[in-house]
Structure formats: structure tokens, C-alpha cells
Design a protein around this ligand. Structure first.
Ligand code: AMP
Ligand code: MG
Length: 330
């Protein structure tokens, strides 16, 4: 999390961004691949590098509510309240855009997604280079990067990566659409539905992973275009563990990697084996770890990842469950 290089190098990265280059940097959620949000060619380069479909818009990163006001046509009272309460933090807000916001950033939508990251490195880059459009720094379809090394796995030395250690949350931000009623969570994240409802004092809708197509202003185009794509999937097949399935040690074949989370009774200990990770109901750690495990599974050539199902729809696991379902293709 701590930037070890002197400030001067961060200024150089900011200069690169000002010159229209693409730079990868850590945030509290995942690593981002950023470019000057006002430079269409630089933003186009992000799409090209990632192989990202052009109808999947980017989140613009800012360092203040004032800067959000240079992108959004209007910051409503509710938007302002959420920004005051949750920014900097893992909450992207979708608001009507100003006409000058580039179409390539919003994929032609009349709205723009904006967030203020809670991390000194991007905040400093934004201070020097202005608003930065940045999706996750992975090639399209791969799990989001939560360490600098993950970015290099996908892009090699093609783009500069600012080292920032492991990301605090390891899952992407909550995306809340404030341009429709009821306000709708398009992507669950660390900031939960009930936290948002409490702050807004009104019900907030949560789109289920299964119903990504909504009737919106533009017919039945998906509300959050990114959500129609399979995401976050490693090459190994991800599946739920069967109820009667017992993880077995697998030292030779590297067949199945097991991710378990329920605490076992003392008289039913789990086998101690490298292909079994047990989170003991620490869902924060499991969330932080998930994409790293996905990538490690591929590097170690596991053919599948079996994840213990969650018994209830506890809000604390909403974001995690959403990412696992996407990886499964459920
Ligand atoms: P990522 O590429 O991981 O940063 O994801 C950004 C997410 O925000 C994607 O699911 C996008 O589809 C979504 N998003 C960005 N801008 C908008 C917007 N204006 N309206 C709806 N969803 C958006
Ligand atoms: Mg992404």
C-alpha cells in the first residue's frame, strides 16, 4: 500500500498521463489502467490494450467533489450526500454527464461513472493530471489485478505499473446508478445496499447477477454494459463444491483447488494440503484474496477451482458471491 519511491517519480507518471500515455496504478479496490479522461486518443489506447469492447464504459477517477462537478451535469443533493459520506472510497456513482465528457469514455451513454479512490497514489496523479479514466488493469475477461505483478502478467512491460503492494479490498467498487429510480446498484462492492439506504433514507435496488438486462431509457440495452460480459474468470473451471464432496490432498496432479470458508467442528478437521485454502469465515480476507487465487490456480495449472457454497444471502458476502457467480458463468 505504501509508495516507496520519492514524489518525483509520481510526478513523472503524472506527466506521462498528461502527455497522453496509459499508466497502471494501485487503488484500494484493484489496480487501474488510467489515461487522461479528456484525451480521446489516450482513452482509446486503454480499450485497445485491454481488448475491451467499445460499448463498455469507463469509470472516471477524481480527487474532489468539485472535480466530479466538471464531469457530471448536476450533482444532486443525494449524490452530494453520498460523496461526503463515502468518498474517498469504493463507490462509483453514475450521474448525467456534461456534454463535453468524451463519448469514448461513456460508450455513448448520457451518463458518466465517477469515483474518488481512497489511495494516495491515484489521488496524487489526479491532482497533477486531472480526471483519469480507468478500468481495471487486466486484459478483458481476466480476473482484475490486485497486485502489480498481476498487471505485468497481462501486459508484460508494455505499460508502466506503479508498485503499490496488495490492494486493500481486492474487489471492484460498488457501482450505484443515480440516474434512475429507484437508485440501483449495478455492481455490488464493499459499500453495501444497507449502508447506501441508510445514508439516502430510501430503498436502493440491487440488480441480481441473473437479471442484468433492464428496461431503461434506451430500450432494453443493459443498464451497465460491462455486466453482460463474462468477467473475472481464470482458465481453470470455477464451480461450486458439491454437498457431499470432501477435499482430498492432491500433491501430484494439481487437479482441484478448494476454497472453503465455513468453520468446522473440532472433531472434523480439514486435511492439511496445499490445494485447500480455508478462510474461517473471514470474508474480507477471502474477497481480498479471490483474484490472486484465481491467477495462482492458472499459474500452478489447476484444472478447476471448487468453492464452498454460501448458505445465506448475508450482505457481507454479496460482492464476493457476485464475482464468484460471474467466474462460474452462473
Ligand atoms: P471496470 O472496468 O472494472 O472499472 O468496470 C466499470 C463498470 O462500470 C463496468 O461494469 C461498466 O459497465 C460500468 N459503468 C461505467 N460507466 C457506466 C455508465 N455510464 N452507466 C452504467 N454503467 C457504467
Ligand atoms: Mg474490469
Amino acid at each position: 500500500m505504501i509508495e516507496t519511491k520519492p514524489d518525483i517519480s509520481l510526478s513523472q507518471y503524472a506527466e506521462e498521463i498528461r502527455l497522453g500515455k496509459v499508466v497502471a496504478f494501485p487503488t484500494e479496490t484493484v489496480y487501474g489502467l488510467g489515461a487522461d479522461a479528456w484525451n480521446a486518443d489516450a482513452v482509446a489506447r486503454i480499450f485497445e490494450l485491454k481488448g475491451r469492447p467499445p460499448d463498455n464504459p469507463l469509470i472516471v477517477h477524481v480527487n474532489s467533489i468539485d472535480m466530479a462537478g466538471t464531469l457530471a451535469a448536476d450533482i444532486s443533493e443525494d449524490a452530494h450526500r453520498l460523496m461526503e459520506r463515502f468518498w474517498p472510497g469504493p463507490l462509483a456513482l453514475i450521474l448525467p454527464k456534461r456534454p463535453e465528457v468524451l463519448d469514448i469514455v461513456t460508450a455513448g451513454l448520457p451518463t458518466v461513472a465517477i469515483r474518488m479512490p481512497d489511495h494516495p497514489i491515484p489521488l496524487r496523479l489526479i491532482e497533477e493530471a486531472g480526471p483519469i479514466a480507468a478500468p481495471s488493469a487486466n486484459t478483458s475477461g481476466r480476473p482484475s489485478p490486485t497486485r502489480a505483478e498481476h498487471v505485468r502478467q497481462d501486459f508484460g512491460s508494455e505499460i508502466p505499473v506503479i508498485e503499490g503492494g496488495s490492494c486493500q479490498y481486492g474487489l471492484e467498487s460498488t457501482v450505484l446508478d443515480l440516474s434512475i429510480r429507484p437508485y440501483t446498484i449495478l455492481r455490488p462492492g464493499h459499500i453495501t445496499q444497507s449502508e447506501l439506504e441508510q445514508e439516502l433514507r430510501q430503498p436502493v435496488r440491487l440488480i441480481s447477477t441473473h437479471s442484468i438486462k433492464l428496461t431503461g431509457m434506451s430500450g432494453d440495452t443493459p443498464r451497465s454494459p460491462g455486466m453482460k460480459y463474462t468477467h473475472y474468470a481464470p482458465d481453470a473451471r470455477v464451480r461450486w463444491m458439491r454437498p457431499d464432496e470432501l477435499p482430498s490432498p492432491d500433491p501430484t496432479t494439481h487437479g482441484t483447488l478448494y476454497l472453503l470458508h465455513r468453520i468446522r467442528p473440532e472433531d472434523a478437521p480439514l486435511p492439511k494440503t496445499d490445494n485447500l485454502i480455508h478462510y474461517r469465515e473471514n470474508y474480507t480476507e477471502m474477497g481480498r484474496d479471490l483474484y490472486d487465487r484465481f491467477r495462482m490456480a492458472d499459474l500452478n495449472r489447476y484444472s478447476e477451482i471448487a468453492i464452498e457454497p454460501f448458505s445465506d444471502s448475508d450482505e457481507a458476502v454479496e460482492a464476493l458471491l457476485n464475482r464468484i457467480r460471474k467466474a462460474i458463468g452462473d
